[in-house]
Design a protein around this ligand. Structure first.
Ligand code: TRP
Length: 497
């Protein structure tokens, strides 16, 4: 007899956890910039179309799969067809790689939280980030020593993740009731501060001024679809694992819509914080807003802290709030990735859950050490680029093909509809069988051809080969080995009755 599966305490616990996973650093540092670059306010149109034609359908697919099969990605896919278990492991392992560097970004964040108390970066943002925190070298091939501040932050992060996950999803459900609303409240505080600063309106104009001609550019559509997939955390088994702890009669469709809309709302809100504040900085420095906008790491750890240090008052306070927001936004994404790995392993191999949690956290910490060296930032950037661009799209595409064509979309729809408040029509089958895979396929071809023609940034070819192509490809045989291993939990590949 398989042991009884653990359960979320209630529906909000699951929905909060899913929102927590979806709402991460990407909402704060990716969405606002992508919107600004791709038509401003007009970007909302392709974004919402992408959300409803691909993002939500894929989310429903992953929720449905996890809940129906009552297993994480490897078990759930393997229960549909044994030969597909490997895809589940691949997804989970790609998630593991992401997690290992996501935790390092959390480690930097701890340092900035501490530094905010004295606004230690004031007047020297670049030096503070590259030298004091990272102790960066000149390129990926010069490894350099492990940065002590990053190491301390990394230990702290993993200890926290370990504490939270060790006690299972019941406890997790309580944690997310705090770590999900908190960053929203903090973003509201930062947002009010931002839009009341002089010059903030210039920033917001940059963010939102609609350029409807952008809708004719296919790049804008590609950007919208990739942002939607990225922000919803699909493709790495997280949502499958989370949904596998739901009883089989739980709602799916409405939960997916709530998750997606809440996540989109957080992104939109973050844009006001980012652009309002950057607008102020541009005004204060008498430059054009376009000259100070940044995305990603450069936004969070360089441009934004610089703007904070120029605030008329309360720099330490707002700096602290900002980095605390990043920490609480990111931490639930980080532990969701860990949970996906843990669920996958725990479903198949007999060891107690706390032991899996300890193993995965330790291993995640060890891999994170690479990203904590002087060359860590460069490797992080390379791995992140490849894993997110190819890994996510490839897994999503294969998931759609397996569920849409092998298992049959209609069969999944007939499972999710009776348990859900909102019913799906035949349109969902079309999205899963044709539209979503087509978009994912196109985006793979586009990024692939781009990468083959122009190397990513100006990194040495060998580092791109190692950190990019090798990481993505080497995980395939590893996944297959795990899929071939004999399960030590009885009934691993038997679908629940
Ligand atoms: N959605 C997260 C963000 O916006 C990032 C992310 C992408 C992620 N895929 C994921 C997080 C899978 C957890 C699991 O920042």
């Amino acid at each position: 007899m398989p042991i009884k599966r653990e359960r979320w305490i209630n529906r909000p616990a699951f929905v909060f956890a899913a929102i927590g996973s979806a709402a991460g650093l990407g909402n704060a540092w990716r969405f606002p910039y992508i919107a600004y670059q791709n038509g401003g306010g007009a970007f909302l149109i392709p974004f919402f179309i992408a959300l409803f034609t691909a993002g939500i359908p894929l989310l429903i697919l992953e929720y449905g799969l996890g809940q129906k099969m009552q297993a994480g990605a490897p078990g759930a896919l393997g229960r549909i067809k044994k030969s597909w278990e490997g895809l589940g492991w691949w997804a989970v392992f790609i998630g593991f790689v992401i997690m290992s560097y996501y935790a390092v970004i959390m480690a930097w964040t701890w340092n900035y939280i501490y530094a905010s108390l004295s606004v230690a970066w004031e007047g020297r943002v670049l030096e503070f980030f590259y030298r004091d925190v990272l102790n960066s070298t000149d390129g990926p091939l010069q490894l350099g020593p492990i940065s002590v501040p990053v190491l301390i932050g990394l230990l702290l992060t993993w200890f926290l993740i370990w504490l939270i996950l060790r006690r299972g999803v019941k406890f997790l459900g309580k944690v997310v009731l705090i770590t999900v609303p908190l960053p929203i409240i903090l973003l509201l505080i930062l947002g009010v501060r931002a839009v009341t600063l002089p010059g903030s309106m210039e920033g917001l104009t940059y963010y939102l001024q609609p350029d409807f001609r952008a809708l004719l550019d296919y790049n804008v559509w590609v950007a919208a679809y990739s942002q939607v997939f990225f922000t919803l955390s699909v493709g790495f088994g997280v949502m499958i694992a989370y949904a596998s702890y739901l009883p089989r009669k739980s709602d799916i469709n409405n939960n997916a819509i709530i998750t997606a809309l809440a996540d989109a709302g957080i992104s939109f809100l973050a844009g006001f914080v980012v652009f309002g504040t950057l607008g102020y900085m541009a005004g204060a420095q008498n430059v054009d807003v376009g000259q100070v906008v940044e995305e990603g790491i450069g936004l969070a750890f360089i441009a934004y802290p610089e703007a904070i240090s120029l605030l008329p008052f309360g720099a330490a306070f707002f700096g602290f709030i900002f980095f605390f927001t990043l920490l609480t936004l990111g931490i639930d994404s980080a532990f969701s990735l860990a949970e996906s790995v843990i669920t996958g392993l725990d479903d198949k191999f007999k060891l107690s859950r706390p032991i899996w949690v300890t193993l995965v956290c330790t291993f995640g910490f060890l891999v994170g050490l690479i990203f904590s060296t002087g060359a860590g930032l460069w490797w992080l950037d390379i791995v992140d680029h490849f894993v997110n661009n190819f890994g996510l799209a490839a897994v999503g595409l294969l998931e759609c093909l397996l569920i849409g064509w092998v298992y049959r979309a209609e069969k999944m729809r007939n499972y999710v509809n009776p348990v859900s408040d909102v019913k799906l029509g035949k349109w969902w089958d079309i999205m899963i069988k044709y539209v979503t895979p087509l978009i994912l396929g196109i985006s793979i071809i586009l990024t692939l051809s781009e990468r083959l023609m122009v190397p990513y940034r100006d990194y040495p070819a060998i580092s791109l080969l190692l950190g990019g192509w090798m990481v993505v490809l080497l995980l395939i045989p590893v996944a297959l080995i795990f899929a071939r291993k004999k399960a030590s939990r009885p009934g691993f590949l038997q679908p629940p009755q």
